[in-house]
Ligand binder design. Structure first.
Ligand code: AHG
Ligand code: MN
Ligand code: MN
Ligand code: MN
Length: 334
């Protein structure tokens, strides 16, 4: 189960070991942090399952977030649960949430070692029609023990030490890496435990689907347009379009089946829509450790340095060969 996986500390922290910083307390602290996230995800999945029955559907009374989006009730509930759980874990110095404009400084703790960035409810516009939604999270080591500083997250995504997501779909699935293999856990409601169901997720080197909102195609640049035409009208292997509109669901399918997921920049939104810190970075971190790739058409996503906690960035991710093909079309169109 996830609990036992988290408690086998040496398994949990290859990324820390790789940095030669593997201290017992660091492993234990990361384990406690991840356990708090798992508990929050179980609570959120409970809310998703009983949405219509417990008056949890719909908008949050007209409130908007820093993104200019009208918040759903569950956006706010998920944000509160993640924030309280992580603060109570006493292992974080600072939190960054899609739903909070400013960085959240945690209650100070001598074990405050990490910064957690998260999208508490991804795909929330789909929640009332029961389409899969999820939570996305990434973890950085704080530069100073016990003291939060926004600069702890204004760095490249490759410096994350852990990333994961929980998808509230036909099954509740937690996908997690701490720098090594990507593992998948499925919630067994009868146990209330996440059980290991995917010991080592590998993204196929190429796939047969592309995933992008074609409703924006009139705004696309040459690279995206030529790639989509190439795969749509491919003589031997025409691709199918799969687009759910929840990043977690589109990425989870791409991770397991291969192909590509894109949210490109275009003439309407030059930086695309997805937020670099708590959507692009964690998903790119997972995809790369599963043998896939993630780029913005010109560079590796994880090499991008974050300069603003809610900045948006274009992204293409999925099968390594297919992402390389997108990059080639972008190079030729430049
Ligand atoms: P969120 O619900 O966290 O604000 O994220 C929504 C995002 C992402 O889940 C999805 O890939 C994208 O919005 C879909 O955007 P379009 O509706 O513009 O295609
Ligand atoms: Mn949102
Ligand atoms: Mn999102
Ligand atoms: Mn969200």
């Amino acid at each position: 189960t996830l609990s036992s996986f988290i408690l086998t500390a040496t398994e949990v922290c290859p990324s820390l070991a790789a940095k030669g910083h593997i201290k017992k307390e660091e492993e234990t602290d990361l384990c406690i942090l991840l356990q708090s996230i798992a508990t929050s995800c179980k609570y959120i999945q409970n809310c998703v399952r009983k949405l219509g029955l417990a008056n949890l559907s719909g908008k949050n009374g007209g409130t908007t977030n820093v993104q200019g989006e009208q918040q759903m009730k569950l956006d706010v509930i998920a944000h509160d649960v993640f924030t309280r759980g992580l603060d109570e874990s006493k292992r974080c110095t600072m939190l960054i949430s899609e739903e909070e404009e400013e960085a959240i400084m945690c209650t100070s703790s001598p074990n405050g070692r990490y910064v957690c960035v998260f999208d508490p409810l991804d795909g929330s516009s789909n929640i009332d029609c029961c389409v899969s939604v999820g939570s996305i999270f990434g973890v950085y080591r704080a530069n100073a023990l016990g003291k939060g500083d926004v600069n702890d997250v204004l760095r490249p995504g490759k410096e994350m030490v852990a990333a994961g997501y929980c998808m509230y779909g036909s099954a509740c699935t937690m996908v997690l890496t701490v720098g090594g293999n990507v593992r998948g856990f499925t919630l067994d409601p009868s146990l209330g435990e996440f059980v290991l169901t995917h010991p080592k997720i590998k993204c196929p080197p190429s796939g047969a689907t592309y995933s992008v909102n074609e409703g924006n195609s009139r705004y696309w640049g040459g690279g995206m347009r030529r790639y989509v035409d190439h795969v749509k009208y491919h003589k031997e292997k025409p691709h199918a379009l799969r687009y759910i509109g929840s990043m977690v669901a589109d990425v989870h399918r791409t991770l397991l089946y291969g192909g590509t997921f894109s949210y490109p920049g275009d003439s309407k939104s030059p930086n695309g829509k997805l937020r670099l810190l708590y959507e692009c970075f964690p998903m790119a971190y997972i995809m790369e450790r599963a043998g896939g790739a993630a780029s913005d058409g010109t560079q590796r996503i994880l090499d991008v340095c974050c300069t603003g906690i809610h900045q948006r960035h274009p992204i293409h991710m999925g099968s390594e060969e297919d992402v390389e093909e997108i990059d080639r079309f972008y190079r030729e169109a430049a």
